[in-house]
Design a protein around this ligand. Structure first.
Ligand code: HEM
Length: 513
């Protein structure tokens, strides 16, 4: 009994001591000022070990960081657990910073390190020479497979046609959640480039890969504590453990098997897809430089393929799910697009990207969908690879760089009434589309600008044009209009909602192709 009393009082004293320590540390931080050379930052939200993390609102981090920029300016710093983060708000500063080679790293976090073996695998989260090599190869290979050309368009159109059928056969009385169909359809496009296979909407395995991807994207959320507090990863059931299990499963159950199958059936003279191209180049490098010196490997390929699957699926599908939601909320926009499509394309064939110049309102709406949704609101976090200077401040090596792309897309200095959905903002006085508005940087900029930008733009245009050519979409009868709240992972996704796309709503059933 005596021992128990002693123990309890010991624990109590330790807790009291801990609290006093934290309070003293907090006060000391408030009084001592900020480290010399760094940009400003909130002094009042810094605790030992966790730094500003307890104050970060994971669900709305992009708006919260925008609000803090009103106090601290276009560049400020935060202590995120064990990493110093530099938040960038100013458009010109983001562009300048992201063009610098020493700002093209990725953060040193437990999740990314596991996935990429300390940022040495793949293209999305790797850095240094590995990233440069993989990026060069991926870009040239995607170009060969028609990215930005009409050859890829036929793949997109095939998937659109299937999606239209799926929508048509859905329950159009009580409505349905479009996201599951949209993500399957969009993912099937990047998968056909990468794996040379056509994955169908009713393939249970493919559905499972997509649902695992959804989970991974949430774990990779930019403000996730586990990214900045490595010790959390050791706790049972931590997101790090779940992330690792998911990745190991996806790798072994799907990706490695696909690569093996390709190795068995490859014809070096007729590459079928991205995996074939990589294997052929890898063999050539091994022949010329020897296996140990070549930087290409099956391990690299596995992560590269996963990067393309992830980056090419979540982003565009969320953009489209937002797009359909906006179309329901702004029926006058939908009607204008339909009138333009009827005029220019008619109902006898699907719209194509060749029609784009003659469909300025549809094109402007697509740009407005991209701007309003900004589906990667805080970009893919970058990191400094050496000490550097930004806007006159000293930024140390390994600092995390957070570009608030969402804030730029919603900045009243560049966009009149930024919170309004108004496609007209992309049309000039002659009704022509202003495609290159400088502040539209949702694909980021500089050395690591999105590799799939052309593909994504083509996909969003074709899906929106084809869906609205065939259907008028609306919320199911009696249900309320979905609002514009979203869910933040690494991407910004709309909350789940239902739509009804009964084509009889506007007698659009007469479409035949
Ligand atoms: C609306 C759709 C999309 C948006 C908004 C988007 C946005 C972004 C952003 C913000 C980055 C980070 C760039 C940086 O680090 O500064 C990125 C990188 C990347 N994106 Fe996209 N993306 C989209 C679609 C796609 C598609 C369809 C692909 C498929 C090929 C893709 C592949 C990639 C890859 C591989 C990277 C990494 C580039 C690198 O680190 O060098 N993205 N994207």
């Amino acid at each position: 009994m005596g021992l128990l009393v002693l123990d309890t009082s010991y624990v109590g004293s330790a807790a009291l001591f801990g609290c006093v320590f934290v309070v003293l540390w907090y006060l000391w931080n408030l009084l001592r000022g900020l480290p010399a050379g760094l940009p400003p930052g909130p002094r009042w939200c810094r605790l030992p070990v966790v730094g500003s993390l307890p104050w970060i609102d994971n669900k709305q981090m992009h708006t919260q960081l925008r609000d803090w920029a009103k106090v601290y300016g276009g560049i400020y710093h935060l202590q995120m657990g064990n990493l110093l983060a530099i938040v960038l708000h100013d458009l010109n500063l983001i562009k300048k910073t992201f063009a610098m080679d020493e700002c093209s790293g990725r953060p040193d976090t437990a999740l990314l390190n596991y996935y990429t073996q300390n940022r040495t695998l793949g293209v999305l989260f790797s850095q240094g020479d590995v990233w440069r090599e993989n990026r060069r190869f991926t870009l040239s290979c995607l170009r060969d497979f028609g990215m930005g050309k009409f050859t890829l368009e036929s793949k997109i159109s095939e998937e659109v046609k299937i999606l239209l059928e799926v929508f048509e056969h859905e329950d159009n009385v009580t409505g349905f959640d479009p996201h599951c169909h949209v993500i399957t359809s969009i993912s099937a496009i990047i998968c056909s480039i990468v794996f040379g296979k056509h994955y169908t909407h009713d393939d249970p395995d493919f559905r499972q890969y997509l649902s695992v991807l959804d989970e991974q994207v949430e774990y990779l959320s930019n403000g996730a504590a586990v990214s900045f507090l490595p010790f959390l990863g050791a706790l049972p059931g931590s997101p790090l453990t779940k992330f690792k299990n998911n990745w190991d499963w996806l790798r072994t159950v799907w990706l490695e098997k696909e690569i093996e199958e390709h190795k068995q059936t490859i014809d070096a003279n007729h590459p079928r897809d991205f995996i074939d191209c990589y294997l052929i180049k890898m063999q050539a490098m091994e022949n010329s430089e020897g296996k140990s010196r070549s930087c290409m490997s099956e391990k690299q390929l596995t992560t590269l393929v996963a990067d393309l699957f992830g980056a090419g699926t979540e982003t565009t599908s969320n953009t489209l799910t937002w797009g359909l939601l906006y179309m329901m909320r702004y029926p006058h926009v939908q009607q204008k697009i339909q009138a333009e499509l009827d005029d220019v394309v008619g109902r006898g064939r699907l719209p194509t990207t060749k029609d784009k110049p003659d469909l300025p309102y549809t094109h402007a709406t697509v740009l407005e969908i991209l701007r309003c949704s900004t589906v990667v609101p805080l970009g893919v976090l970058r990191a400094t690879t050496q000490d550097t200077t930004l806007a006159g401040y000293d930024i140390p090596k390994h600092a995390v760089l957070i570009p608030n792309l969402w804030a730029v897309s919603h900045d009243p200095r560049y966009w009149d009434k930024p919170d309004e959905f108004r496609p007209e903002r992309f049309l000039d006085a002659d009704g022509k589309v202003m495609t290159n508005r400088e502040a539209l940087i949702l694909f980021s900029s500089g050395t690591r600008i999105c590799l799939g930008e052309l593909l994504a733009r083509a996909e969003v245009f074709l899906y929106i044009a084809c869906v609205l050519q065939r259907f008028t979409i609306a919320p199911p009868e009696g249900s309320t209009m979905p609002d514009e709240r979203g869910k933040l992972g690494i991407t910004w996704a709309p909350l789940s909602y239902k739509l009804n796309c009964d084509c009889s709503l506007k007698q659009r059933c007469s479409i035949w192709y």
